[in-house]
Write a protein that binds this ligand. Sequence first.
Ligand SMILES: Cc1cc2nc3c(=O)[nH]c(=O)nc-3n(C[C@H](O)[C@H](O)[C@H](O)COP(=O)(O)OP(=O)(O)OC[C@H]3O[C@@H](n4cnc5c(N)ncnc54)[C@H](O)[C@@H]3O)c2cc1C
Length: 269
Amino acid sequence: MLLPEVEYARPSSVQEALGLLSEYEGARPLAGGQTLVNVMKARAAAPDVLVDLQDLDELKGIDLGADGTVTLGAMVTYSDVIGSAEARARPILGEVCAQIADVQVRNRGTVGGNICSNDPTNHLPPLLVALGATMTIRAAGGERTVPAEQFFVGVYQTAAGPGELLTTISIPAGKADGFAAVTIGKDGTCIVNVAASLDGGSPCVVVGCVDAVPIVLRPGTDDEDAVRSAVRGANLQPPSDVHASADYRRHLAEVLAARAIRQAQGRRN
Ligand SMILES: Cc1cc2nc3c(=O)[nH]c(=O)nc-3n(C[C@H](O)[C@H](O)[C@H](O)COP(=O)(O)OP(=O)(O)OC[C@H]3O[C@@H](n4cnc5c(N)ncnc54)[C@H](O)[C@@H]3O)c2cc1C
């Protein structure tokens, strides 16, 4: 299906982009276009103005801080992460980006677009919550940081509101992390995914694809039975569809949580 007609702007600074986003009520940021353009073609969204972020070099950096924090600009692509020496300080970032779709999507799709679309089946929301990331959001009036756990507020909704831009994502140092997913075919959409981290001392297990936002579980111990029991006790209410029943998704959540925590344990030692 063809795109509907839409105004297009290509600002050369974040400030200019924010000006455009606040000037036009129906303006939307355009990152890699891998979700937004498809959604527009399907007539499920009809922005009046697309504000293309492609020229904003300010949003394309990958930095490694002295304390081991990896900071990704919102316009960093999955391929950028995979190829970055700085991002390799937190290897799971590149490992998970390498699992997303195919090389074309990985070359165009951005970390910021992935999390701002907050499609519940995306790979990065549960991962970034488990890793304890913080998001920086800029508006014309200033900047604020939001913990990943509070960033995802509903299906396709995040803490970055109209007129605002996600600018950076900061991931603290750590290594005891894991990620496991079952997808529809090879490289397909996730049916369920789970990220885990033992870096903060107490385990954090985050289940994706089962609700509007990633579900955060804190089992208290990283004992596999305790982790499985925490998933069972969460009373998950995932959707049932042609790919998997709700019961099967609940089963997968438990199995994948155990896999993700085992991977995290293996990396801690
Ligand atoms: C064939 C195919 C398979 C895919 N499979 C997967 C998969 O397995 N796993 C997965 O995780 N993803 C998958 N995706 C989605 C893909 O990862 C997209 O790249 C991603 O969801 C959106 O990133 P984008 O840069 O293309 O953003 P866009 O599509 O340009 O934007 C997405 C949304 O985020 C908003 N936005 C973008 N950047 C910002 C910003 N800086 N600040 C505020 N709002 C912003 C836009 O306004 C829009 O609403 C797939 C996509 C395709 C086409």
